[in-house]
Structures are given as structure tokens and as C-alpha cells.
Design a protein around this ligand. Structure first.
Ligand code: ADP
Ligand code: MG
Length: 475
């Protein structure tokens, strides 16, 4: 024997032991991340479903709650008017790490099936209390409630209490309450900033935040215009690897390879399928399951390689949901009251089979404070990103721009907003705070910033000429 002790660990235990990976490194980050995960879920359940969001957030300090090391504990409640969680999935959605309704090809804020469970686990470990969920779906006649904890060893929900009530009126939505150790005094500025930046790009949402200091921050709805909700889509052949191909072959109802291609992928029609199969000498009538049999792995690899290589039509983008340049301008105006705003929503591009859209807004002057560098507002799939700024691709681009070319001399009152929308945002970590510098994305951000900056230059030079003319006429 080697003397080593071997055992396996559940994914719940893994995240319980490695809290910082999901953004829960300390009580400050934990409180911020909890708000963020709950608000993200609420927004996914509203704007992505065509519902004008109403989100109520409350953070209360638990009296006499100083636990280990004198750290205070808080109770956080987030309520929304979203689509709700069906009672049949409720326990799993909140009690099993890596369980999600968002493992589909569609732009959503959530993507890992981790967020709310990471918050619940953290709460369990630091406050020892269960999560309490109330939810009603649109069609349901009932409101359901569950109190549960996550069984860390088994990664399963353990339900402690449940209830159901006849629904009065037509309420639908979700209310989640959990307690955790936190540090409001340190987290406050980040949480306020997070909500503020959410309101910038979601001026169609009504958001209310009640703080432990007894303050209420109210962000009224300033437009009823909603971005087009994303549709669900099939994978693009350029984005599929061998393992994914295998699982698609296993689950398909298609009876031939040709049918499989047309049915299971986007960007492949009858004609393309025929041309593709001919080009690579693949049998159109081959049964999909045949490819999974022993001794067929060479053929399988050939198909996988061919799918990567063939010049299929670019990915569709109707499963993306950009914010839109008009909403970006409305949001920037409301938040900063600037002298000038401009925004652009670029046309879709793709990296490795994943479509993405870059949007940029610039605000200048007016109520904006002059700073030594642009104030950068980063967003990915409509989530504001506040930490790890210097590691982010948007920072890399924006800080490398020569602003003098655009008649901006620092210190200057300049805000630059960058939004990356994709079915697969290449985050650097599961805490989702910074985006990797994928070359295609980097190039698009540069194009977008330059496009809006050119308009700003035009405005600034016109203004300078007018001022010059006035100065001359006066003297
Ligand atoms: P993710 O958001 O990445 O899917 P989460 O652990 O945060 O992972 O949430 C798990 C699932 O629970 C979501 O996919 C969603 O189906 C459901 N859910 C969580 N919060 C809400 C909510 N406020 N409204 C509707 N569904 C929700
Ligand atoms: Mg989530």
C-alpha cells in the first residue's frame, strides 16, 4: 500500500471547499455575489421572457448575530415577477449544484447551474440556515414554498418544510430568502454600483433595494421598451467537439446521417448536407448509432473534423439578445446626465462557432466627473462586471485607445460602456467577473469603440468651432 487515502468528492462538496472559485472568497464578496446571483436569476426570469422586470431586494442585518470572529449575519430576500419555477423542479433548481434550465443554446445571464446554489451553500456554512423559496408559475393555481438545505456529501436537496396555497390574483414570480455571514459596510459600495449599473442597461426594470441601514434605493422604470427575448437554438457545427457529437448521435431521432445533420444542427439545410457528405465521402444513409459502435472511432473523428472544417453559413444570432443602441443611450442619459451620448450595436460575429454581438455606448461631459482615464462600464450578457477590471478584454482595448485622436484630453468626463452578448461568453472563471481576450471579440470591441468615438470627435470638433466663432464675435 502507498499509504494514500482515496475517496471521491461531490460537486457540492467541491464548491463548498473552494468557495472563492464561485466568487465567495470572503464575507464582503459573498454578500455582493449573493445579491448578484439572485438578481441575475430574477432578470433571466423576466426580461429574457418578455416580462417587464420588477425586482425587490432586501438586505437586513440579523440582530445580535455576530458569529464567529464577531462577523455579522444578514438575511437577503430577492423577489421578482418572473416566470417562476415549476414545483417539480424547485427542489433540484435550488438544492443540486449543476442543475439548470439554462443548459441550452440561448443567451442568458446564468449558464453554469451554480449561482444560487453557491450562495445557499455559503449561507448554510456561515449561518446554518436553510433557503426559503416561494414561487408561482404563470399558469399555476398555486403558490409553492420550500425550505431546504443542500446535502453536501450527496449533492441533493434535503427538503425541511413545504407548503402550497391557492393563488389569489394573478401573481407569478419567485421569492428567495437566505441568510449568510457578510460585511455590509465593505460590500455596500460594490452592491450599490452593481445595482446602478444594472439599471443603466435595464432602464425597463423597476428595482427597489432596501439596505441594512434602513435606506431605500429606488430605480424607477424609465422606458417600457424591452430587448427582444432570445430564442433557443441548435448547435452550430463549428462549435461541436467529439464528445458533444457522440451525445447528439446517441439521442437523435434521425435515422440517417443526412437527416441527423439537417435536424440537429443549425446552418445545415438539405443542399448543404448533400454537398458536405459528398465532399468528405460520408455515407448519407449511415445510421447515426452506427458511428458509436466499436471500431468506428476513426469514422467518427473524420466526421467531427469535417464539421469543424467545412465552410458552413455563419451562426444565426436570433438566440442572442443585445440591449440595443437606443436602450443604451436611454440608460446612460438617465444615469449620468451627460452632454453627449452615442451608442452602437454591431452586427453578429462568431468565434469557434459561438455567435456574439458587441455593443458600445459612450457618454461625455455634463454630469460626468472628469477622471484621468475613461470610466469603463463592462457588461457580459447584461451582467455588470465589477471585479478583475484589468484582466478583462474590454479594459485591454479601451485603455489602449489613443483618445487624443478623438479630441479627448485627459482628465476628461468620459464614460465607455462595453457589452458582450454571446451564447458562450468566454469568462475567465465561474465567478464571471472578467472576459478572456479572444481575438475575434477583441477586434470587435475595438471596431465598436472606434465607431462611436468617431461620432464623439465630430461633435467635439463642431462644438470647438462654434465656441471659437462665439469667442471671435465677442472680442
Ligand atoms: P443558472 O442561473 O446558471 O441556471 P442557478 O443555480 O442560479 O443556475 O439557478 C438554477 C435554476 O433555477 C435556473 O436555471 C432557473 O431555472 C431556476 N431559477 C433560479 N432562480 C429563479 C427565479 N428567480 N425565477 C425563475 N427561475 C429561477
Ligand atoms: Mg443563476
Amino acid at each position: 500500500s502507498t499509504g494514500e487515502k482515496y475517496r471521491e468528492m461531490s460537486v457540492a462538496e467541491f464548491f463548498a471547499k473552494n468557495k472563492e472559485l464561485a466568487g465567495f472568497a470572503n464575507p464582503t464578496r459573498a454578500l455582493y455575489q449573493t445579491i448578484r446571483e439572485l438578481v441575475e436569476n430574477s432578470l433571466d426570469a423576466t426580461d429574457a421572457k418578455g416580462i417587464l422586470p420588477w425586482i425587490h431586494i432586501s438586505i437586513r442585518q440579523i440582530e445580535g448575530s455576530e458569529g464567529r470572529g464577531g462577523r455579522p449575519r444578514y438575511t437577503v430576500t430577492v423577489e421578482d415577477n418572473g416566470i417562476g419555477v415549476p414545483v417539480t423542479s424547485m427542489a433540484m433548481a435550488f438544492g443540486k449544484v449543476l442543475f439548470s434550465s439554462k443548459y441550452v443554446i440561448r443567451q442568458t445571464r446564468g449558464m453554469y447551474g451554480l449561482g444560487v446554489k453557491a450562495a445557499i451553500l455559503y449561507g448554510q456554512m456561515t449561518a446554518g440556515t436553510p433557503v426559503e423559496v416561494y414561487s408561482a408559475t404563470k399558469g399555476s393555481q398555486y403558490v409553492y414554498m420550500m425550505k431546504l438545505v443542500i446535502d453536501v456529501q450527496r449533492n441533493e436537496p434535503r427538503i425541511l418544510e413545504r407548503g402550497e396555497w391557492n393563488k389569489r390574483g394573478s401573481w407569478h414570480g419567485t421569492r428567495v430568502t437566505l441568510s449568510l455571514e457578510g460585511d455590509w459596510s465593505r460590500a455596500k459600495s460594490k452592491i450599490l454600483e452593481y445595482i446602478k449599473r444594472t439599471a443603466v442597461i435595464a432602464p425597463y426594470a423597476e428595482i427597489i433595494l432596501e439596505t441594512p441601514d434602513g435606506e431605500i434605493y429606488y430605480f424607477p422604470r424609465s422606458t417600457r421598451k424591452l430587448p427582444k427575448p432570445p430564442r433557443e437554438s441548435k448547435p452550430h457545427p463549428h462549435g461541436v467537439d467529439i464528445e458533444q457529437l457522440k451525445s447528439m448521435l446517441r439521442s437523435t431521432r434521425a435515422s440517417t446521417l443526412r437527416e441527423f445533420l439537417v435536424k440537429e444542427f443549425q446552418s445545415i439545410g438539405d443542399k448543404t448536407a448533400q454537398d458536405f457528405l459528398e465532399k468528405y465521402g460520408l455515407d448519407p444513409d449511415l445510421k447515426p448509432r452506427e458511428l458509436l459502435k466499436k471500431g468506428r472511432d476513426k469514422l467518427l473523428r473524420r466526421l467531427a473534423d469535417a464539421l469543424m472544417e467545412y465552410p458552413f453559413r455563419a451562426p444565426k444570432s436570433d438566440y442572442l439578445s443585445p440591449i440595443g443602441s437606443d436602450i443604451i443611450e436611454i440608460g446612460l442619459r438617465r444615469m449620468f446626465n451627460p452632454e453627449w451620448v452615442g451608442a452602437v450595436s454591431r452586427s453578429p460575429k462568431a468565434y469557434r462557432g459561438h455567435p456574439f454581438i458587441v455593443e458600445v455606448g459612450i457618454a461625455y461631459g455634463g454630469g460626468i466627473e472628469a477622471r484621468s482615464e475613461p470610466l469603463l462600464l463592462r457588461y457580459a450578457n447584461k451582467i455588470p462586471l465589477l471585479y478583475e477590471e484589468r484582466e478583462d478584454v474590454s479594459y485591454k482595448v479601451v485603455s489602449s485607445i489613443n483618445w487624443r485622436q478623438y479630441n479627448v484630453d485627459f482628465p476628461a468626463p468620459l464614460v465607455v460602456l462595453v457589452h458582450i452578448a454571446s451564447t458562450k461568453v468566454p469568462y475567465k472563471g465561474v465567478g464571471k467577473e472578467s472576459v478572456s481576450d479572444v481575438p475575434e471579440i477583441e477586434a470587435e470591441i475595438r471596431n465598436a469603440v472606434q465607431e462611436v468615438a468617431r461620432r464623439l470627435r465630430l461633435y467635439l470638433s463642431r462644438k470647438a468651432r462654434e465656441e471659437e466663432a462665439i469667442r471671435r464675435s465677442v472680442t
